[in-house]
Design a protein around this ligand. Structure first.
Ligand SMILES: [Zn+2]
Length: 406
């Protein structure tokens, strides 16, 4: 390998070497040393490919293939450079690598585009160092501001601002770009769907909305042996009825609705004592906000009724919410036509995971396309997509950009 990679396979290994670990995992959290080295290396590669590079004030890195027209808008492509702790080589990385390779190819073959083409390496998406996710795209879209990072610290007590300054970026006035007309993200699926349906490209219709709840059910502790069943205020008995109904309601909803109780704690958690308190979580997701909202209303109403029947107190608190994001139909149609005419198999699907594209969808026509993840595994050193599948993704991306910008 020379200074810069010459094909996808090399590029994946090259970028994974920044923050790479012995087991094949990658840890490249926001503003860390491997993060800085990766962004600098990508900047070098972009320049080597003849792109005009710059950083914004928070560390998003851009490589631009400019149009000769002074007032031309910009089509932005790319993904995030940060990883989770001990993540894989493909999550985020593939979107940046494919973006650089696509622009390199288009420049060599067709020269200057009519619309600016620009690849971004977002500084942060995962939320794995600080308790804040989608920082790069949040600032770019104007949906976040510096206020969002005040008082935020990592697990070692380092403040967000200190980490940012140490990486060479300053908390100054952020200039939101007005020239972005389209955003397209290429990403690994991070789930098993494409592999199961045996298709090469996932065309995403929507990124699901999420609502997460913490439910606290309170009853009364008492002796298991001496308290008659009819006089008990057993918080767990109430909670199991609620959880049972949650899944029943979900089953009757449409198949895009997913939900789970991922955590359950009971008190005092002693074998011969009736539980006086149960706390559990509900995570519910659906691509349509009104369907999701009505599901959540239904189950919380049902929970209240169970609590009333069993003389229990209940508190339902929503602690996390993400709006669903609809991907652009026109872009998806273009992608579908490209796949059809190139005999590339595709599948229209929703994304159950969050991505930078979900914020861009609120400010400009946006879409995200997936390539398969082997075994559906992601956020793990075992994350894998074959070179052939990555190449197919790159080929589709090149065709989209050629059609849109030349
Ligand atoms: Zn990702």
């Amino acid at each position: 390998m020379g200074q810069f990679p010459i094909n996808i396979e090399e590029a994946i290994e090259w970028l994974a070497s920044f923050g790479g670990e012995l087991d094949g995992g990658v840890t490249r959290t926001l503003y860390s040393q491997p993060w800085k080295e990766a962004q600098q290396a990508l900047k070098g590669w972009m320049e080597d490919a003849g792109l005009l590079t710059n950083y914004d004030s928070i560390g998003n890195l851009f490589g631009r293939l400019p149009s000769p027209h002074p007032n031309a808008k910009t089509i932005l492509i790319g993904s995030h450079v940060d990883t989770v702790k001990s993540g894989g080589k493909y999550d985020g990385a593939f979107g940046i690598i494919a973006g650089i390779m696509a622009l390199d190819f288009l420049k060599k073959k067709y020269g200057q585009p009519a619309i600016n083409l620009e690849v971004v390496s977002f500084c942060e998406e995962e939320g794995s160092r600080f308790p804040l996710a989608l920082w790069g795209s949040g600032m770019m879209t104007g949906l976040y501001s510096y206020k969002d990072i005040v008082d935020i610290k990592d697990s070692e007590g380092i403040s967000f601002e200190t980490a940012m300054m140490a990486a060479g970026f300053v908390n100054s006035e952020y200039r939101v770009r007005k020239d972005i007309q389209t955003f397209i993200e290429l990403h690994i699926e991070q789930g098993p769907t494409l592999e199961k349906v045996e298709k090469s490209i996932g065309i995403v219709k929507a990124i699901v909305g999420q609502k997460r709840f913490r439910i606290t059910v309170k009853g009364e502790s008492n002796h298991v042996g001496t308290t008659s069943m009819k006089w008990r205020r057993d918080a767990l008995h109430g909670a199991v009825n609620m959880i049972h109904d949650l899944y029943e309601i979900a089953k009757k909803s449409d198949e895009d609705l997913v939900t789970s109780v991922g955590q359950l704690f009971l008190e005092p958690n002693v074998p011969n004592v009736i539980p006086n308190q149960v706390q559990f979580t509900v995570d519910a997701r659906h691509p349509n906000e009104s369907v999701l909202r009505s599901f959540c209303q239904q189950f919380s109403q049902q929970f209240q009724e169970h609590a009333k029947k069993k003389d229990l107190n209940i508190h339902v608190e929503m602690w996390h919410e993400v709006q669903p994001a609809q991907m652009d139909n026109k872009l998806n149609e273009i992608i579908q036509n490209i796949c059809t005419s190139s005999a590339i198999s595709f599948y229209r699907m929703n994304s159950g995971a969050g991505h930078d594209a979900q914020l861009f969808a609120r400010v400009c026509p946006t879409t995200i396309l997936f390539v398969p993840s082997q075994g559906g595994i992601s956020h793990s050193p075992l994350e894998y997509t074959s070179t052939k599948e990555l190449e197919t993704g790159l080929e589709v991306l090149i065709q989209i950009l050629h059609q849109l910008a030349y």
